[in-house]
Design a protein around this ligand. Sequence first.
Ligand SMILES: [Fe+2]
Length: 271
Amino acid sequence: MRLAILSDIHANLEALQATLRQMSAQAVDRVLCLGDIVGCHSNPAECIALLRQFDPLCVAGNHDRAVCGLITTNGFSAAAARAVVWTRPRLSADDLDFLATLPHELGVQRHIVAVHGALHPDAGNEFVRLDSDDKRRLSFEALAAHPSGARLCAFGHTHRLGIFELQGGRVQARRGDEISLRDEAYYLINPGTVGQPLTADRRATYVILDSARQIVTIHRVEYDASIPLAKSRRAGLLPRFSSLPLPQPLKRAGRRLGMRPVIDAIRWIGR
Ligand SMILES: [Fe+2]
């Protein structure tokens, strides 16, 4: 099976359209979405509708659950919380029901376990960012003990692409755009983000897992990111100064001077 894995669309329609267009040319058998379909950008209903045309396997992200009212926005940035409030009335009852019934965790052919944030702990793991070796080791332990016997765990939430391997007690990041999986190793696979990158590289990213060949390939998708950013700004979803490049000294000055819009912009960019 060739499984396309994507995550963190965040209501960015242009990024999702470009991604699915490229994915459609890749002879993919199934699409797996790791959550955060909505939040941040201004086309949540359109993204849900487009994604559902592909009959995806899907888990819930923290933004998806917050929009449904299943969790509060405690711990969200001010801009992310504002996007949750903005998004909710723009979704149909069917959209909200779709998001509300997404599982926290999903097994795919006893081969791969999908989560939004992490495979540990048992509760609240959609908020855990696997952004350190210590945290990744805890999720590797949960994967090794998982009743499915799966060796692969797909996760998102950090918005950072990464393939991590546990072999012989050692955790390492695997490099390259085509990665061969070893039989005896465990893997944590993060496809990055479709709609909300944290770097200057605005390209959408996703991965394809070819389970027959035991290969993961990384894909990057060009699109005009200025379009969703302009729409989101018009909708009031972006802080006033979000379009400004913010060097570190300015960020520090903003924090010192209590410049709320600047701080909001930093936090929004950092989600
Ligand atoms: Fe996200």
